[in-house]
Design a protein around this ligand. Sequence first.
Ligand code: ADP
Length: 305
Amino acid sequence: MTEAPAGAVIRTQGLSKHYGSIRALNDLDLEVQPGEIFGFLGPNGAGKSTMIRTLLGYLSPSAGRGWVLGLDIASESVEIRRRVGYLPGGIALYDSLTGMQCLDYLSDLQDTDPVRRPELIERLQMPERDLKRRVRDYSRGMRQKIGVIQALQHDPELAILDEPTEGLDPLMQQSFYSLLEDLRHEGRTIFMSSHNLYEVERVCDRVAIIRAGHLMALQKVEELTARRRRRVALRWRGAAPDLSEVPGLADMEVRGDRMTLTILGDVAPFVRAIASPALEDLTIEPARLEEAFLEYYADENGADS
Ligand code: ADP
């Protein structure tokens, strides 16, 4: 059996998890490298939580193997859970404790100091008066903040976060994204699940797209977006630009001094062809992972199996 290569922070080989007849994970091979923000993207029911819980040893694989920080998920999960910062999906907290007591309690389960806690409390705007209140009175967003803080407070080399921005308001989502940027600069590795395409495109280096427990794609975000379609509208003065030599254009419509079209792939040849003082206006709709996502889901009709 091949062991995890020294460099990989997470590695799975043919990893499968079945719940009776439900095949939640099927033969997953993936590798997450140190310092990456890795997105695990799929709709509800795709198998994201199952993957995460299997990596942490809360579920045992039906087939295949996996390693986290070089440790075997089947036999060394206690050590994995001690070293990894983990945010479970829909985190359950102890309602009778205050927020701060929850952080203390969860921190005691790891045996390192919560060195990042003050910074996280500040960046996620968890005021002291709220931390002194009982969790039972917390909103969903406040619970999620406690979840994120407890996962990252001991500054783990690897954090595994299940839908980390669920329930966070847009401002807090931005704070969370900037936090991820800083963690990346410091060489930490993040594995996060999401069903939010914009979010994954915004923060991740690579993304695995999962559908009904199958890995559909595993790519750099820019590779996915580079081969996307972009919708373009432009307006000019005088003679129309000559686009006859530009590769990858489609759906071209000209009306007077306006044109709309689709660019498939690289935009550079198109941009070179239209660069002229005659150009008056140009809009290029950014490529979104959503389109890649829809491609992979096109035959699904919204079903997950
Ligand atoms: P996601 O996190 O992407 O929403 P899950 O990993 O929770 O997906 O679920 C994957 C599939 O496994 C779904 O079909 C779900 O209904 C099923 N499933 C999850 N947990 C269990 C369980 N404990 N028992 C039976 N089926 C489960």
